[in-house]
Design a protein around this ligand. Sequence first.
Ligand SMILES: Cc1ncc(COP(=O)(O)O)c(C=O)c1O
Length: 402
Amino acid sequence: MMKHHISRRNWLRNGAMLSAGLGLLPSQWEALLAKTPQGSKSRLQLSQLAEEAKIINDFPKLKARLLANENPFGPSQKAKDEMVKAMDIGYQYSFFGAGELSDLIAGSFGLTKDNILLGAGSTELLTSVAYYLAIAGKNKGKIICADPPYDWLMISAAEHGMDWEGVPVTKENKHNLDAMAAKVTEDTPLVYICNPANPNGTVVDTDQLTSFCKEVSKKTTVLVDEAYIDYVDDPGKQSMASLIKEGYNILVARTFSKVHGFAGIRMGYILGQQELLDKIMKYSSTISKQFSTSSLSGLAIAGAMSSYQDKAFIQSCVDKTNEGKAFVYKVLEEMDYEYVPSSTNFILFPLRMHGDQFQKAMFEKGIGVRKWKFAKQHWCRVSIGKMEELELFAEAFKEVVG
Ligand SMILES: Cc1ncc(COP(=O)(O)O)c(C=O)c1O
């Protein structure tokens, strides 16, 4: 079994910087790459990220930041006001803030504090799940996920000797639930479902996913990453969180980084059965569900308390995102480009040139987008920014592909 030697701290720092779009110096990426074994999946991923980091690093002054699925309309004014107030008492440890936020969020799902773990973003918690699986010895079988996946959890697990298998998405770019279920054995440590999916932007049918979760969770834990759930119609209905109350072995990961606009403020959570969360907690920075712990800032807690309850703000962000999506769809249609209809705040579409060439040309025009290659096809993923950014995207896109 292959062991990987990047320290957790370096990995988190480097990954967070890339996803925040800051970009590491190419020499730092190369140093990180040099530490990972040849031929490993982590190495492959890192070399792709290193290539992209070089491009991002060369063009730090973006006119349109459409590369990290952030919400440029957030955070809400109310959340900002609460964070400013919290700053006055920022010298104090926020002993009870995490407990209050846990009560608020868990309560909204009919759950209790025992069913929630908070983290400085969901990345921290996905990493904790990966470490729990690897270190607690649940590493006989492979983690099952979609191909392409949102791969953070799998890469973190692979660093510690675990293996994973991606099951190709369907023609419609959706998780292939039947094919995934067929891969699950008693040794499968976890099934990771990203719904809505990143980078595809698709959702699976709620009834099918519910049946899948109920069946598969008899054999292993199903983790449903719902980072983008707020962008779907009736998120309450499409979420798998209600299965936790019904006693199923499901984990649901959520983040404040998307519709709440907290990507740089950092807040996320994971919901699940108490027994499993207590085990995962040992591999997180949380030592008690009652008290705030090292990774959670009092400012982030105060802001999240306010934003979580601000339904009007969330709706306004979803509305503006939908307007932006309609605009980008139209631009693509005008240029006779296909796209994957999106249930998120980003759109994936197939390119007719190499992804590197496209991304570089867009960056040269100050437009930051991401690129993928899967199913023998190059793809662009464009996040929905403010309308003025999308207009700049449209102009550059027409010039680059026209
Ligand atoms: C599917 C998915 N899960 C989790 C995350 C991590 O979010 P954060 O660590 O900012 O909470 C992201 C970020 O892009 C994501 O796309």
